[in-house]
Design a protein around this ligand. Sequence first.
Ligand SMILES: Cc1ncc(COP(=O)(O)O)c(C=O)c1O
Length: 457
Amino acid sequence: MEKRSISFSPPDITEFEIAEVAKALRSGWITTGPRTKLLERRLAAYIDTGNANIDCTTEENIEKYSGKVVCLNSATAAEELNLRVLGIKEGDEVIVPAYTYTATASAAIHCGASVKFIDIQRDGDETTHCPEMDYEALEKAINPKTKAVVLVDLAGIVCDYDKVFEIVERKKNLFSPMESDETSLSDLSSKIQKGLGRVAVVADCAHSLGAKRVVNVTGAGRLSAPAMRYTGRIADFSSFSFHAVKNFTTAEGGAATWCLPESVYNQGVSDGELYRFYQLLSLHGQNKDALAKTKAGAWEYDIIGSWYKCNMTDVAASIGLVQLDRYPSLLFCRETIIKTYDEACDELGIEHLNHHVEGMDSSNHLYLIRIPGVSEETRNKLIEKLSESGVATNVHYKPLPMMTAYRNSSNGIESYPNSYDYYHNLISLPLHTLLSDDDVKYVIETLRAVIRELDLC
Ligand SMILES: Cc1ncc(COP(=O)(O)O)c(C=O)c1O
């Protein structure tokens, strides 16, 4: 077999993205402006319907889809703003799975909250094998300080939100909403917490744009019958990543959205007010953005709060507009590669994630495999051997309690045996839309050869 060089997840950028970026650069407006607003509407339409090609320039769709999704400069910013809108602050506790990327936890820490890590289920969810939180442990961990639980749709697989909504409902007697300190943001957060009347369900959908699951309950309440919902329309608050290695990229970028019950709106909260606060929080608390200030005589602005700077630029949004045109075919391409990997792994006796099961279709973001019976050292040797043969792999994730920043506050990895067990023999294979059929075959043949060489499986 001739040696190939297979990258782990290079960005898939065509001449169409390049042309749209050039148009943005030539347009005279390069920071947050019309392209960002159009991307927000198109994303709102996509997560409502699964249709990536709805024309969001018509008057009707401008009205229908404006102000529901907020584009920002990263998923980390989106998660942090979700938590800030929710009023998460010092003295609060946010529950996070031990098995995730640091951003899931650090966003809560930036807000001053403490993070309570929860181990995953042994070997992950029994159907998808995804490293999902141990929901019994979650239920036990909820206490009067708990204000939010963050679920992670790891690899693009949608978590069991129904179960978590049931848990937070059962534990609502422990929840006491914050009181407003009479500032505008705290007023909003207090109304949201009073309207929810329970721990908030927050989704880290960094991997799961376009994934869907049949659910009975969403943030908006119990459905009259089970229905398929796209991520972003399930949890109370959701955040997406458009980082360079993600399925859908704007180089760096992310988005926040919400799906809330009538009881929140009955407190006097409106989508318009929510959207306005995300704008304020992402732009220094300034009550006019740069575009609004260009209107004749409209130079003057106020600063409502000394807040953050994490808006998306129109240059980045222009990449996203083309990526969204292409997104259905990008998802299909990933799914095709997954099918080929699944067949090979089944034949080799290697456990893998199940991205498509009854009632759930993932966004096909990562392909995680676990090599039976190997130690962490042997797994690392396997990764090295694959790399020597030109196949770049990765590990998603080293659990957070193993990281320096979280070791002490989490009591160390010994308290999360299922997370360590899941991680110790895990490898993420390359999964991206620039892989040719021959590349995929090469990855499989190289894996087979290295497994034989090390006498594994
Ligand atoms: C699970 C998870 N959450 C959040 C993030 C943060 O995304 P971003 O880099 O867009 O802030 C990542 C990034 O890899 C992630 O994997």
